[in-house]
Write a protein that binds this ligand. Structure first.
Ligand code: ADP
Ligand code: MG
Length: 336
């Protein structure tokens, strides 16, 4: 029986339990369980490999498995090391599923991603990046604005107070986030329209957009800014979580559906996607879609958006894993 490894960021109290971001970090374990359970039904044996010590990993890889499922979202609690794990596997010439170091690194830097999108003519909300100090320039943007860390994901640091209507709140939230996350902060024009995601899957080198999903925000709009905050994503008993159901396939006109799929594919190509990923969108007041971000390592635990889109496309989870295996075991591009 072939053995594959499922590599993931070890979740330890030392690195993550101090903050509430711990909940989203720990969620990688649900992905590991989903992947291992379904690999077994495909006839693979599966080694769970929590990554904590790189030297040990390099040592253990001296007799490498044929394939690694790379679910690492960072290293030792740091999301910006996500790309380094993939880079190490690339250097060692070991086939692995998911995105390349380059795509992971670009997407992890939202400012860089947005610059690339803008230069490529893909609409993304107008923004500026705060790196500490004076804030007088930010008034080139129109309120309301949303303030968010430039190098996090999973809505870390994003609550409803991050949508600001005036200078004072903008300063306050931007400074708080800068002090807490020690990284550039995006200040972006807030788009009040519907929110969509397009999951993408490569099958034998051909890119397939899966059915579009929508996060319904209409019940949230009644009492404040409608966003998918950290609470909405992770805190199951919060009102935000309960008021933001996801719907897949989303009810969209064929024209809007086509535009979203086209923009998602263009985003994927420009940022160099591989295997699977998800592009998130928001519509402006006029219903025009803008790309918020590219997720090259989306949550693939069973309850998450990507598997829901697989389900809507009638692709069983095992089949998804089989596609990833076939995509990579014949791949030559990772050989040193
Ligand atoms: N410019 C924006 N306009 C409206 N909502 C936004 C905007 N940027 C982010 N949001 C809201 O915040 C959520 C998280 O933002 P996002 O940029 O996708 O960060 P993350 O990587 O943490 O998911 C989005 O799903 C959306 O609901
Ligand atoms: Mg997002």
């Amino acid at each position: 029986m072939k053995n594959v490894w499922v590599l993931y960021n070890a979740v330890t109290e030392v690195y993550s339990k101090k903050t509430k971001d711990w909940i989203s970090e720990a969620a990688v374990q649900d992905e590991v369980e989903a992947v291992c359970t379904h690999l077994k039904t495909l006839g693979f044996s599966c080694t769970r490999y929590p990554l904590l010590d790189v030297r040990k990993l390099i040592h253990d890889l001296s007799s490498p498995p044929p394939l690694i499922f790379n679910l690492c979202e960072g290293f030792r609690g740091k999301a910006n090391y996500e790309m380094h794990v993939a880079a190490l596997l690339e250097l060692l010439g070991i086939p692995f599923t998911g995105n390349t170091a380059k795509a992971l690194g670009i997407a992890q830097d939202k400012d860089l991603t947005k610059r690339i999108l803008m230069a490529s003519g893909i609409p993304t909300p107008r923004w500026m990046t705060y790196k500490g100090g004076d804030m007088s320039d930010y008034f080139l943007l129109s309120f309301p604005l949303i303030v968010k860390p430039a190098r996090e994901d999973a809505s870390a640091g994003i609550g409803r107070r991050n949508v600001v209507e005036d200078k004072e709140s903008l300063f306050q939230v931007a400074r708080d986030l800068f002090e807490h996350y020690h990284q550039p902060i995006l200040i972006e024009e807030f788009l009040p329209g519907r929110e969509f995601s397009v999951s993408l899957l490569e099958i034998h080198k051909e890119l397939h957009p899966l059915p579009i999903s929508e996060i319904s925000l209409k019940d949230l709009e009644k009492d404040g800014p409608a966003i998918v905050s950290y609470e909405a994503k992770w805190i199951e008993d919060s009102p935000e979580y309960q008021l933001t159901p996801s719907i897949c396939p989303a009810p969209v006109s064929s024209a809007l559906g086509q535009t979203l799929r086209t923009l998602a594919i263009e985003t994927w190509k420009i940022l160099g996607g591989k295997d699977y990923g998800r592009v998130d969108f928001r519509l402006d007041r006029e219903g025009v879609p803008y790309v918020l971000e590219f997720n090259p390592n989306p949550d693939i635990s069973l309850q998450a958006g990507f598997p829901k889109a697989l389900n809507a496309a009638e692709i069983p989870y095992e089949e998804f894993l089989k596609i990833l295996i076939e995509n990579n075991l014949s791949a030559k591009e990772f050989l040193p």
